[in-house]
Design a protein around this ligand. Structure first.
Ligand code: FAD
Length: 565
């Protein structure tokens, strides 16, 4: 077993984790950046292909205050305005710093090109041609991280526990996936940058590494979560035909630029049945589109894969190519000819607005424990504007790195072996206690994903949520402890899946409990039994663990004064 000490330990090497590493090293701290996957290739950042929102004002006059207003409007009264302001005011600096480090934002007439996206009142979304934004951002950060001597990188280590002593984070325990060994880390400052939770859902746009582990690790360490009910479902995620190496939410820019008809399984337009107006072009808002598609499917009028058709056959090839040249070719290599074939789309879990509760220094209530990126809750309230998530990863990563770096370089490894030994004993017991004849962890993960989709998906009711909660509790208490874990050491996927499942269950319970308590519909949280927003619930919902049970409390949203906005 190895034992590694560092000033700052960063869990997760997506956009937020990598930016945090650079920033912590800039403040003079030694940094250890680790990921359960490969550094910079594991989570959502490298998958995102669209845009990054920042009020640069290059395309047309813009202002950070206007970006903030748009963000708060979309957040439907629940944004932590301090965090939203940080995102909007620091966004331009991070986007320009990324350019200095080598990101080639699309340019036009000498300036960075910025596009309009839904909910933004200005053209402020930057991108890298063609649908290469996330890969380019990740590549820039990977290169930059590799150039900084103070940053050590470790791939293929999954953190399964944060060590806490007297209300202070002092280290972590990781599973080395290559040799099956446990690794202990000692650090006076730890940043949770392990991304979102959309893998909890059967239909998701996520990578395999987004099982909501950051949230579970934070909860178990004694930190709070906030607004966990607000999962964003993207209405027209790709369902079929099979799409390899392309973003499953890529149809949005097609929608802004070209329109496209949304048709049910009988090739009829249907949005007007649900209060949307399309007139042959796909212009319906996201919530109406998601609702309409799911209701058509429920009525037996869905497509073969349970969604709707998005049809571009009426748009001439020359127009398709003018808008998306190389993308049209990549689609063709996937066997998709948009002039001949409609694609199937449907709502898919895409992003999490809720998350770990932090202040503007990205500190949780546990000393030395920070969060960054999608793991953080609150900046986007009840709904997120497109392009705000990568900005959030960069901005919060930078801030968390700077603050953790300051703490880390002043502190020192705790050196107390007792919490490490106790945690290791708990963890090692997992393998020893497993029966050999149960279902596998991955089979239970699949069951959980189906429950979350069916009972806690885009449209919820109290009854369905209560059923989900009961089933999740049963899985936690009765099934998780009895699961089969194969013997073997190197690349012991069962063991990794078991720990991931344990975190997925804890996070799923947090989502369902919060959704059950929010008896209203607001932003991304839609209750069919409470279809209207309730002004009395214009509050954030915090969750913490007390005596191993999840306990909720309501908090007034953090607001800025008019002058600060
Ligand atoms: C398909 C897709 C398209 C998107 N498009 C856009 C877009 O165009 N614009 C936009 O603004 N946003 C977009 N988003 C959202 C945005 O990409 C994410 O919110 C953002 O990149 C999150 O960055 P992050 O660094 O917080 O997390 P991630 O990039 O997800 O990184 C988290 C890392 O943590 C690692 N990890 C997880 N658990 C552990 C553990 N236990 N131990 C160690 N490591 C762990 C993962 O392997 C991963 O590498 C998109 C998301 C998806 C999925």
């Amino acid at each position: 077993m190895s034992d590694i000490s560092t000033d700052v330990l960063i869990v997760g090497a997506g956009g937020a984790g990598m930016y945090a590493a650079i920033s912590a090293a800039r403040s003079g701290a030694s940094v250890l950046l680790l990921d359960k996957s490969l550094i910079g290739r594991g989570g959502a950042t490298v998958m995102a292909q669209m845009t990054v929102a920042a009020a640069l004002g290059h395309q047309e006059p813009d202002d950070c205050a206007i970006h903030l207003k748009d963000t708060l409007d979309a957040g439907r009264g629940l944004c932590n305005e301090e965090l939203s302001a940080l995102l909007c005011y620091e966004g331009p600096k991070r986007v320009l710093e990324m350019e200095q480090w080598g990101t080639r934002w699309a340019r036009e007439n000498g300036h960075i090109k910025q596009e309009m996206a839904p909910g933004h009142s200005r053209k402020r979304c930057c991108y890298v041609d063609f649908l290469n934004t996330g890969p380019a951002v990740a590549a820039t950060l990977r290169r930059k991280v590799s150039e900084v001597a103070e940053i050590r990188r470790i791939s293929n280590v999954a953190i399964v526990d944060i060590l806490v002593k007297d209300g202070r984070a002092i280290g972590a325990i990781g599973l080395n996936l290559v040799n099956g060994e446990w690794v202990t880390f000692q650090a006076p400052a730890i940043i949770l940058a392990a991304g979102g939770l959309t893998k909890l859902y059967q239909r998701n746009s996520a990578s395999a590494n987004m099982g909501g582990e950051a949230y579970a690790l934070a909860l178990w360490a004694g930190a709070e979560l906030v607004d966990m009910e607000f999962v964003q479902f993207f209405p027209i995620g790709h369902l079929a035909p099979r799409l390899v190496g392309m973003d499953p939410i890529m149809w949005d820019p097609f929608r802004y630029k070209l329109g496209g008809k949304l048709l049910n399984g009988s090739f009829e337009e249907f949005i007007d049945r649900y209060g949307g107006i399309d007139f042959g072009k796909y212009t319906a808002t996201r919530d109406i589109a998601a609702y309409a598609i799911l209701k058509e499917v429920e009525a037996g009028r869905g497509t073969p894969h349970g969604g709707a058709y998005l049809d571009f056959r009426h748009i001439p090839e020359r127009q398709l190519r003018a808008a998306f040249g190389p993308v049209i070719d990549r689609l063709l290599t996937n066997g998709i000819d948009l002039t001949q074939t409609p694609v199937e789309v449907g709502p898919t879990a895409h992003y999490h607005m809720g998350g770990i509760r932090v202040n503007a220094r990205m500190e949780t209530r546990i000393q030395g424990l920070y969060a960054a990126g999608e793991a953080v809750g609150g900046a986007n309230g009840a709904n997120r504007l497109s392009g705000n998530a990568i900005t959030e990863a960069l901005v919060f990563g930078e801030r968390a790195g700077a603050c953790a770096g300051e703490r880390g370089k002043r502190g020192s490894a705790d050196g107390d072996a007792k919490p490490v030994a106790a945690a290791l004993q708990r963890i090692k017991a997992v393998k020893e206690q497993r029966a050999k004849d149960g279902v596998s962890p991955i089979a239970l993960q699949t069951q959980l994903q189906k429950i979350m989709w069916d009972k806690a998906g885009p449209f919820r009711t109290g009854d369905k949520l209560a059923e989900a909660l009961a089933r999740i509790r049963e899985m936690c208490e009765e099934e998780l402890p009895r699961l089969t874990i194969a013997d073997g050491n190197s690349y012991d996927m069962d063991l990794q899946d078991w720990f991931e499942l344990r975190a997925m269950l804890a996070t799923a319970e947090a989502v369902v409990k919060s959704a059950l308590a929010r008896t209203e519909s607001r932003g991304a949280h839609q209750r069919e039994d409470y279809p209207d927003a309730d002004e009395a619930l214009l509050k954030n919902q915090a969750l913490e663990l007390k005596d191993r049970a999840l306990v909720a409390s309501w908090l007034p949203p953090v607001q800025l004064s008019r002058r600060q906005k």
